[in-house]
Design a protein around this ligand. Structure first.
Ligand code: SF4
Ligand code: SF4
Ligand code: FES
Length: 232
């Protein structure tokens, strides 16, 4: 029958500080043919592994909290359709709190360091000019990043080089274009490994928000070259 499927899921279980090391536990779940990976994880939690740690919030692909690796590929669990055999793991290369839950402390600290810190307007200062609609649309789209870390997890340069990763480059590209930007974001991108990207476009292909970190990296590199030229 097309409307039902059985899935064999191996889930990486690990509680640092309690377990000697990670292990994979196997579960079999039968459900609707269009089940998503999150449906399987929730069913396993409800029926056979009440101590399984995982995260989700919106279930509509907007919050980014449910990201995991399925058969080695980072995906949003609430959007990804099941395949008959799945190995489900937490996103690499992040530290694991437990099972499928990663520690986002460093991620949030990095985003906090990238935030705008504009000075408060002086008394009697002119109202800011309205933003150009084309620019507003462009940077509004860049601001739709879910911070899911799928791109960072998939990036081969993050795994091999001193590179913060595509999500942070995208954020720097957004800040660089923002009219209220208050810092040299191209310099920050250089310090975060801008030149380490291989240009493979995997980040863009996997992004669930249809963003292109690779394109932002290309534009930041272009502006790094133009800035260096104008200084010479
Ligand atoms: S294009 Fe660059 S940032 Fe994107 S996945 Fe490839 S190496 Fe990483
Ligand atoms: S750029 Fe895309 S893949 Fe990367 S964190 Fe943002 S939404 Fe996720
Ligand atoms: S639960 Fe929000 S993106 Fe999956």
């Amino acid at each position: 029958m097309n409307d039902e499927m059985t899935v064999e899921a191996e889930i990486r279980r690990y509680s640092p500080g309690e377990d000697a090391g990670p292990r994979y536990e196997r579960y079999v779940v039968t459900g609707a043919g269009n089940m998503r990976v999150l449906d399987v994880i929730r069913r396993i939690y409800a029926t056979s592994a009440g101590d399984l740690a995982f995260q989700f919030a919106c279930r509509i692909g907007r919050c980014g909290t449910c990201a995991v690796k399925v058969n080695g590929v980072p995906v949003l669990a609430c959007q990804e359709r099941c395949v008959p055999r799945m190995r489900i793991e937490p996103l690499t290369p992040f530290p694991v709190i437990r099972d499928l839950v990663i520690d986002r402390t460093e991620i949030e600290e990095r985003y906090a360091r990238l935030a705008l810190t504009p000075a408060p307007p002086a008394a009697g200062a002119a109202q800011p000019l309205p933003m150009d609609p084309g620019l507003a649309e462009r940077i509004g789209h860049l601001d739709s990043c879910l911070a899911c870390m799928i791109c960072v997890s998939a990036c081969p340069a993050v795994a091999e080089r001193p590179f913060d990763g595509p999500a942070f480059m995208l954020k720097l590209g957004y800040m660089h274009k923002h009219p209220a930007n208050d810092q040299d974001r191209v310099d920050s991108a250089m310090e975060s490994g801008l030149l380490e990207c291989f240009g493979c476009d995997v980040c863009t292909q996997l992004c669930p928000a249809d963003l292109s970190p690779a394109q932002e990296i290309r534009e930041l590199r272009r502006d790094a070259v133009l800035g260096a030229r104008s200084r010479s």
